[in-house]
Design a protein around this ligand. Structure first.
Ligand SMILES: *Cc1c(COP(=O)(O)O)cnc(C)c1O
Length: 364
């Protein structure tokens, strides 16, 4: 629903396509699953799929129902269920619609065995736990998986694993070694790299990479910007100034009075709060753009509003454009910088965009 309250999320399909091409250029020998889980990290699953439809090698997401919806909307590319199936019904759908499915436990294999057909080869991504310790088979359980997979009459198998610290100092080599040890004599396809591995670890791509966050123009790294990888922000969160206050030295701003004016100040009130998805944990000083200029937030973020410093923006009054993150009418604020100020990552900001925020799509 479009509302007259001025907050908007603006999505750029062109940026998503550009970023997918960057992923392909960074992993030139690999196929790339476009990861569109979590409603394409808050950008809208269908919007992201449409942006990439002519080009993506495949789409990866979580819910079987969403995969089927993509099939029914005409998506022909492979679709991968990253957590595999959750029920017998999912197993049926995987067979019926030719979905690719991760398999991380014996129970999933058993459900697939019950529905597999010799004339419909199943595409399985066998997930190996190489140190993330979240999902997948280890040296104790993998032999059982190999045994049970023999009960499926026709199967195309890929081995996959997921990196826990591709963005950090420990890197990926330790997990690659475990992967090799588990995979043994396997010479078939493998799927390894997430965005961090795609951008920083060329040996950890495999035949199929799985870029997620980079498609949306944010960086997987705390110490390197999305710009430096040539990524373009795909979401801008924008609003306007809806109130202006002039405060005296010693006046405090907002709930809890966490910011005290050190001099007379002009304060702008922005129509954006934590009920819109802006993090309440963002402290005074979080970057924000107003009318083409960078400034800072002041005090606590409330449910529907936040305050910003207009001291150096004497022209900015009611109606002045504000960019909370992304490339908007008021300026460019990297989502990664807002996230860092709030003690989180851009992934969480994007996914937390609230349903009440109207979405505008560039070019539509
Ligand atoms: C979410 C996810 C990805 C994408 O990770 P990014 O860090 O966003 O690139 C890749 N693989 C798996 C298994 C995932 O769950």
């Amino acid at each position: 629903m479009n509302t007259s309250r001025p907050i908007r999320a603006r999505i750029s399909p062109a940026a998503i396509l550009h970023n997918y091409r960057q992923a392909k250029a960074s992993a030139p020998d690999a196929w790339a699953w476009a990861v569109v889980k979590a409603d394409a990290y808050g950008h809208g699953q269908l919007r992201a799929v449409e942006a990439l439809q002519g080009e993506a090698d495949g789409f990866a997401l979580l819910e079987c129902e969403n995969a089927v919806a993509l099939r029914e909307s005409g998506v022909r590319q492979p679709i991968l269920l990253l957590e595999g199936i959750f029920s017998e019904r999912d197993a049926q759908q995987v067979v019926k619609h030719g979905l690719h499915s991760a398999v991380h436990c014996l129970e999933q294999i058993d459900m697939l065995v019950a529905h597999a057909r010799a004339d419909r080869p199943l595409s399985i991504y066998l997930k190996l736990n190489t140190g993330m310790n979240r999902l997948g088979f280890d040296e104790a359980t993998l032999p059982l998986a190999w045994e049970r997979l023999k009960r499926i009459p026709a199967v195309n198998l890929t081995l996959m694993t997921h990196f826990a610290e591709a963005d950090g100092e420990r890197g990926v080599l330790w997990q690659l070694e475990r992967f090799q040890a588990l995979a043994g004599e396997w010479h078939g396809p493998v799927s390894l790299g997430n965005s961090a591995a795609i951008l920083r670890h060329p040996l950890a791509h495999g035949d199929w990479v799985r870029p997620g966050i980079m498609l949306y123009g944010a960086s997987p790294f705390a110490d390197q910007s999305a710009d430096s990888f040539g990524l373009q922000p795909a979401m801008a969160l924008e609003s306007r100034i809806i109130g202006v206050q002039t405060v005296k030295t010693g006046d405090r701003i907002g709930y809890g009075g966490t910011y005290t004016a050190e001099r007379p100040m002009r304060i702008g009130i922005v129509a954006c709060g934590y009920a819109d998805g802006y993090p309440r944990s963002a402290p005074t000083g979080t970057p924000i753009a107003v009318a083409g200029q960078m400034t800072r937030t002041l005090g606590r973020v409330s449910m529907d509003m936040l305050a910003c410093d207009l001291n150096d923006l004497p022209e900015a009054g009611i109606g002045a454009p504000v960019t909370l993150w992304g490339r908007g009418a008021a300026g460019y604020v990297p989502a990664d910088e807002v996230a860092a100020a709030a003690g989180t990552i851009a992934y969480e900001l994007f996914c937390a965009l609230a349903p009440r925020v109207p979405v505008a799509v560039d070019g539509q």
